[in-house]
Write a protein that binds this ligand. Structure first.
Ligand code: FNR
Length: 371
């Protein structure tokens, strides 16, 4: 596939990867056990992680046939930019574990391929450095609140000064969850960040204040009910990001794709809707868009791409995802994402255990160290 993308550059991605499964396998080979657990782990029983996959696995397609599907266009327009897929690289902390340039490596991949990038506030390098290194990327900054109102407002000002297109506040992290994979190894560095206690004090008043000072769109990440989606819109939020943090915060939460329809209904077109959680395949992206999302985020798969081959590995992962999306769209009978709606979906029994890697059945033929 030609790499026609906003940066005009050709992808330097490793063409040897033919399937996503090979990329996940390479990531596993390259990472030590701590870094691997950091990617794949969730909170406590990891039920939310599994529910994210189960919500996707319980959706089957209702394909339509005998339509001319020779001109598939899986792209979208987001924040005024044309993207090759309705896809966002979700904010991931500590990307330095997977690629030398960390956040700048994934921003570069987003630019080279043609999707949006959201930089985590707990990822290296600084938001200004990423802006300087990859200025042309479609950049969004995500904040964890680690200070008082003045601290937050200063972060908002820095985000705008550095030319980011939107500001995202993560609101599902009042407390740092119990990540037992890390605790079991006494690897608890990430849970003791100074100022983290400010997260627990956040209220809708903070959202109001932020909305009044921001001159760029405001996104709330971690919305999990219709009620909070409605409140977000009433407080002037521009985009509602349905997420359970990839099953890393509240255990026994619902799967994101189970939450999405009630949020879409409550918002009723008044704000854009982003969703993430268990999105590992092209078919998952199509299901999320058919369920009413405008954009879809990937967290762990982003880490896999970076770990397997740095920025180029992530571009290759995006190319394969696009191939899967195109094939899925053609086979369900649509040429564009705007044609998709819930009439293409059907609730169906799940055929096996849903877990972090169940989208890659070929892995089960290999070593056990994936789990
Ligand atoms: C995350 N996530 C996250 N979210 C956020 O708002 N700020 C952050 O710094 C991080 N850090 C982070 C690290 C790692 C290793 C993972 C896997 C996830 C959550 C992330 O943005 C996203 O919501 C989930 O990753 C989506 O689920 P999948 O795609 O990983 O299944």
């Amino acid at each position: 596939m030609t790499a026609s993308n906003p940066s005009g550059r050709r992808s330097a991605a490793d063409p040897d990867f033919l399937t996503l499964h090979e990329i996940v396998q390479k990531a596993r080979q390259k990472l030590n056990h701590d870094s691997w657990d950091y990617i794949v782990g969730g909170t406590e029983t990891e039920t939310t992680v599994r529910r994210n996959r189960a919500a996707l696995d319980s959706l089957a397609f209702r394909p339509r046939v005998l339509r001319d599907v020779s001109h598939i266009e899986p792209g979208t327009t987001f924040l005024g930019r044309k993207l090759r897929l309705p896809l966002l690289l979700a904010p991931v902390g500590s990307l330095e574990l997977f690629a030398k340039e960390a956040g700048a490596a994934s921003a570069r991949a987003a630019l080279d391929y043609g999707v949006a990038h959201m930089l985590s506030s707990v990822c290296e390098p600084t938001l200004e450095d990423v802006a300087q290194t990859v200025p042309e990327a479609l950049r969004i900054f995500q904040l964890y609140v680690h200070g008082d109102a003045n601290w937050v407002d200063n972060m908002a000002a820095r985000t705008m000064d550095a030319g980011y297109s939107a500001f995202c506040l993560t609101v599902d992290s009042a407390y740092y969850s119990r990540r037992e994979r890390d605790m079991a190894k006494r690897n608890i560095r990430r849970s003791v960040v100074p100022g983290r206690e400010h997260q627990a004090t956040l209220t809708w008043k903070d959202v109001e204040r932020l909305r009044s000072i921001l001159k760029i769109p405001l996104i709330l990440k971690g919305i999990a009910t219709a009620e909070d989606a409605s409140l977000a819109v009433e407080h002037g939020v521009d985009m509602v990001y349905v997420s359970n943090h990839g099953g890393r915060q509240l255990d026994h939460d619902r799967g994101s794709l189970d939450v999405l329809p009630e949020v879409v209904q409550a918002i009723n077109g008044r704000a854009k809707v982003i969703v993430d959680g268990g999105i590992n395949r092209g078919t998952d992206i199509v299901k999320a868009i058919a369920s009413g999302a405008d954009m879809v985020g990937i967290g762990r798969m982003q880490c896999m791409g970076l770990a397997a081959g740095g920025s180029a590995g992530l571009v290759r992962l995006l190319e394969i995802l696009e191939q899967e999306v195109r094939s899925c769209m053609g086979l369900v009978g649509v040429n564009s994402m705007t044609e998709l709606d819930s009439s293409y979906l059907h609730q169906a029994p799940i055929l096996g255990p849903s877990h972090m890697l169940s989208a890659f059945p070929l892995l089960s033929l290999e070593e056990k160290s994936f789990y």
